[in-house]
Structures are given as C-alpha cells and as structure tokens.
Design a protein around this ligand. Structure first.
Ligand code: ADP
Ligand code: MG
Length: 617
C-alpha cells in the first residue's frame, strides 16, 4: 500500500471507541442494524441526487440501489456493501474520526453511568458499534467526486487512509469489511445473519441481499459398477465411445447414465421485501408491524410500544399518506435541543424517494415540537406553497386529534361532574393513565405550542393539564375547571410559582379559598410564557391572582371602604417612597394576612422575575 496517511481520532471519539471495544455488552448484534441503517441513508442520498441529475447513478450495476452482505469464513471477514453516495477522502477523514458529532460526549457520559449501548444510533455514532465484534475494520469507499479510498483502524487511537489501488473497484458506494474477533464467529453463520436482517431491517427501503449458499441437485454421470470397464473406456477411441452411447440409449431403463447429487453453490438471496408501511391499508397492518416500524425509524430499540399512532390518507387538493407516532417517552435531550436541533424524525418521501428530514422551514414549529421524535412518512407530491400549507394543516390536525384521543380514551380522564360510563375491561385498564403518561413526557411540547402557534392555541389549550386548589393532587383540565366554576364567576384564576407546596401557602389564595373559588397552580418556568399568550379560553379570561386588579364579583361596600382608608394608603405610599412601590391600595383578596405585595397588571410577576434571574426555560 502506498500513500498511507495516518490520523488520530478526535479525543471524544477515541474515548467512545475504548468504551465500545472494552464493553461487556451482551447484545452485540446491534452493529449490523447500524451498518444497514448507514447504507440505507447513503442510498437515500444518491437517490435524492438522481432526481435532478440522472447521471449520478452511473450505469450497469451501479444503478442498482441495493445492499449486499458477504461472508468470508476462512478469513473471518464480514462485509457489507452498498451502492450509495459513497465518501470522498475528506468525508472519510471527517465522518469517521476527526470530527466529533454533538452526540458523542453525551453518549460517552451515558455509557459511563451505565447507559444502554443499544441507544448508540440515537446519538449519531452508530458506526463505531462495529468494534463490538471486530478488532480491525476497513471502509472502502468511492464517491463520484473522488478516487477510491480505504479507511482502516484497529481502534488503537489512530486510523489510516490510503488511495485504493488493490481492491476491486466499487464503481460507487461503500464496503465495510469487519475482521471479526475470535469470539464473534457466530456472525459468519448465514442463518444468524438472515435472522438479524429480518429482525432489524424489515422496513429498510432497499433490497438487502446475502451471498448465500444453496444446495442444488446437479446431474452427474453415473458411476459404472465395474471400474475396470471405466478404464477401458477412457482408453477407447472417439469412434468407439459413440458406439457405447448408442448402446446405452437402448438400455436406458436398466442402466442410468447419470444421477443427481447435492452440491453447494452460492447466489444472492434477497432477505427483505420492500413494502412501505404507509402505503398499505391500515386494516392490513398489525400492531406489531407498527411497533417494529417505529423502532426502526426512531432507532429506539426498547421493547416499549409507541403511545399512539395515526395512519391516514389525505385526499382533496393534495393527496398524501402518512403515519404519525407518539413515542413511548421523550428522549433525554428533547427539550434541551429544542431550539437548536435541525433534523427531525419527520421524514418526507415523495414518490417513495426520500426528500428531507429538515423541516424547520417546511412545517410550523408546533408540529416540529410534536413530531421531533414522532415519525411520519409522507407519500406523494406537493410542489406549490399552497399545497405545502394544506399538508401542514392536515398533519397538525391529525397529530392533535391523535393526542386528544389519548385523553378521551383514558378512563382516568373522565370528568368528575359528568362521569363517563367506563366499563371495567382489559382494554380500558390498558388505557388507564395513558394521558397522564403522555402529559408527563410531552406536556411541555403542548405548552411551547401554545406560545408559538396562535392558530391552534385553543386546540392546544384543551390538552393542557395542571393541578389546582380543587384537583386533589390529580391533574385536571380547563374544561373540568369551567365545569366547576361558581355561578357568576367570569374569570379563570391561576397562580404561578416554583412549587405547588409553595403556592398552597400563598396569601393571595386566602380570600379566594374562603369564597370557594378554584385556583390553578402553574409551577413550571415555561408556564409564565404560556400565560402571556393564552389570554382566554372559551370566552373566559385568565386572571393571575397575584396581580393587581383582581375582581371577585361586585361588592357595594368597596367604594366606601376605599374612601375611609384614603388617608392611610396615602401615608403608606409617601412613607415607602415612589421608587419602591407604584401604589398602595385597599385589597379584597386577603382574609387573615394584613397586607401583601403584588405586581402591577402589566408588569412581570414575582415568579417571572425569579425565572429571568435564573434564565431557565
Ligand atoms: P449517523 O448515521 O447517525 O450519522 P454514524 O456513526 O452511523 O452516524 O455514521 C457517521 C457518518 O459516516 C454518517 O453520517 C455518514 O456521513 C458516514 N457514513 C457511514 N456509513 C456510510 C456509508 N455506508 N456510506 C456513506 N457514508 C457513510
Ligand atoms: Mg448511522
């Protein structure tokens, strides 16, 4: 090999590789899933490029968008090849070692605190799982814009790159050669690989082939009973042999000239059938298939089912098919990456060609929030802004419907005043508490949606849950609050603060509690923002009870009292000084506490001041 250049892995990548190579993790199978997923991504990319430039596909075998797996038992090599976009020399250096992805250190941290290696794909470092089973790996790659190169590493802190002048030319794409460790011999068994591909790659959109052995019957000349005869024959002349043949023909039944024996040959065996789940009729797709499909796409290989899914076909101006999922739980960095993450798990396919998973401009933010880790596949075309708008609207509507249904089906959600007749059944038991579960995982998404999506604010507000002075430790909704409102009550009362316990002791509550008004507790920092945007619900105004201007219905004595204490309030205001207080007033919100400091109607609440100081959302 000539022109070998050596590189050191970026420090975090090196640490990650150490962890993987020394891992006692028992489920080493996952490396295959990661390699197939990378191959599929690379194929998606070239197919996308070919939409505008057919030339990129080349000709002959290079046009076949497929994945091939080969075993070399003798040399203990497992290789996976794709005809995807390939990598240039520069890509190889950057993608496989010198630039750490954002998820790298997060994943290293997770692993050090006993995290599950199975999640590796979610952190964007799936490739390195090859070192679970190999001690030496070669990546041979050919990109249209460059020559063929080999990347190789023994995971010893360094990797090498050289121009490939010795392997068979790939045409285009990538071949990963795994030199398997002694104890990873099982991955040289065809049956094992077939099982794994079935298990992990059922929903990969490209054909996957295995160079598989096959027993075939072949016809061979029958051995003669008398071997001396044979010898004679071989010595005989051409002419004599012809005579023999003629003779055999006549006696075919008694003495067969040939027989069938079993022989091993090799051929490409297709392991998956490419069927897009979203194109099938929902009636034909089983719960298990939806679950598996979700696991493949979310790179979430736990055994939990998605909380809900919605599979539908939109008709009318724009036709498309989609599957939306609510994942079983929000990923760890779900909200941290909310404003920065570009890639969503929302994937757009047009005529079965992957188009994009970058949706910041294509879809309203709220849908992004709801779907960043929800998955959707769109089929069929759209090519104008107006159809885009329609798609946005329909997807959002469906996503919200799906979530509303989660609540409706949950027996725990039934309204106290109007208890649903809930049958005691197994199905209901399974659904019991599902909305609370959803709320705990994704409630903040709904709140951020209220802030950002004016058009759907009311629909989202319906999905809000909170505790209140009357919810008895459970979650309640605005609809339930309204159903409990006192006659004559016009506003919805709420209080914001750092915890429920804290708020329960608030002097602002005294009078309201005595008069039997219900007050909502908002205890998350984001709630302050939500309440800046959520002005009313079902014609009822929201009223922060810690702010100036709280009205608890008319009181005829109000004016009289105000007059008689005028001198006192004036004295207080002068004594405290204009810098410290805006005003001093007679209040009707207190029962036992003599006085209270409130914020002005349009100013920040005390809680908001606290949040602004700590700068956390
Ligand atoms: P991810 O797939 O989440 O990006 P990986 O660690 O699995 O993370 O892969 C790292 C990068 O290496 C990929 O983003 C891609 O750029 C490149 N890569 C890996 N495998 C292939 C392949 N078969 N063909 C082309 N590029 C690949
Ligand atoms: Mg990957």
């Amino acid at each position: 090999r000539s022109n070998v250049e050596k590189f050191e892995f970026q420090a975090e990548v090196s640490r990650l590789m150490d962890i993987i190579i020394n891992s006692l993790y028992s489920n080493k199978d996952i490396f295959l899933r990661e390699l197939i997923s990378n191959a599929s991504d690379a194929l998606d990319k070239i197919r996308f490029l070919s939409l505008t430039d057919k030339e990129v596909l080349g000709e002959g075998d290079d046009t076949k968008l497929e994945i091939q797996i080969k075993l070399d038992k003798e040399n203990k090599i497992l290789s996976i090849r794709d005809r995807g976009v390939g990598m240039t020399k520069d890509d190889l250096i950057k993608n496989l070692g010198t630039i750490a992805k954002s998820g790298t250190s997060a994943f290293v941290e997770k692993m050090q605190t006993g995290g599950d290696l199975n999640l590796i794909g979610q952190f964007g470092v799936g490739f390195y799982s090859v070192y679970l089973v190999s001690d030496y790996v070669e990546v041979i790659s050919k990109h249209n814009d460059d020559k063929q190169y080999v990347w190789e590493s023994k995971a010893d802190g360094a990797f090498a790159i050289s121009e490939d002048t010795y392997n068979e030319p790939l045409g285009r794409g990538t071949e990963i050669r795994l030199h398997l460790r002694e104890e990873a011999g099982e991955y040289l068994e065809e049956s094992k690989l077939k099982d794994l591909v079935k298990k992990y790659s059922e929903f990969i959109n490209f054909p996957i082939y295995l160079w598989a052995s096959k027993e075939v019957d072949v016809e061979v000349p029958a051995e003669e009973d008398d071997s001396s005869d044979d010898e004679e024959k071989s010595e005989s002349t051409d002419g004599e042999e012809k005579e023999d043949e003629d003779f055999d023909k006549e006696e075919d039944d008694e003495k067969p000239k040939s027989k069938m024996i079993k022989e091993i040959t090799y051929e490409w065996e297709r392991l998956n059938d490419v069927k897009a789940i979203w194109l099938r009729s929902p009636k034909e797709v089983t719960e298990e298939e939806y679950t598996k499909f979700y696991h493949t796409l979310a790179k979430d290989f736990g055994d939990e089912k998605p909380m809900a899914w919605s599979h539908f076909k939109a008709e009318g101006d724009v036709e498309f098919k989609a599957v939306l999922f609510v994942p079983p739980k929000a990923p760890a960095d779900f909200y941290e990456s909310y404003y920065t993450a570009k890639r969503s798990n929302l994937k757009l396919y047009v005529r079965r060609v992957f188009i994009s998973d970058e949706f910041d401009e294509l879809l309203p933010k709220v849908l992004l929030i709801l779907t960043r880790y929800h998955l959707m596949y769109l089929e069929k075309c759209f090519n104008s802004t107006s159809s885009l708008k329609t798609i946005k609207k329909k997807l959002l509507r469906k996503a919200l419907d799906m979530i509303r249904k989660l609540a409706e089906e949950d027996p725990d959600e039934s309204n106290d005043k109007d208890p649903k007749q809930v049958e005691e059944s197994e199905e209901n038991d399974e659904k019991r508490g599902q909305y609370t579960k959803f709320w705990n995982e994704f409630g903040k998404s709904i709140k951020l949606g209220i802030v950002e999506d004016a058009a759907n604010r009311n629909r989202l507000a319906k999905l809000l849950r909170f505790e209140s002075t009357k919810s008895e430790g459970k979650l309640t909704s605005l609809d339930q609050y309204i159903s409990r409102m006192k006659s004559g009550q016009k506003d919805i009362f709420y209080l914001t603060g750092s915890s429920k316990e804290h708020l329960k002791k608030s002097p602002f509550l005294e009078r309201l509690k005595k008069k039997n008004y219900e007050v909502i507790f908002f205890t998350e920092p984001v709630d302050e923002y939500v309440m800046k945007y959520l002005m009313d619900y079902e014609d009822k105004k929201f009223q922060n009870v810690s702010k100036e201007g709280l009205k608890l219905g008319k009181d005829s004595k109000d004016k009289e009292i105000k007059e008689s204490f005028k001198e006192l309030t004036k004295w207080w205001k002068e004594t405290l000084g204009g810098e410290n207080v805006d005003d001093v007033k007679i209040s009707n919100r207190l029962a036992d506490t003599p006085c209270v400091v409130v914020t002005s109607k349009y100013g920040w609440s005390a809680n908001m001041e606290r949040i602004m100081q700590s700068q956390t959302l």
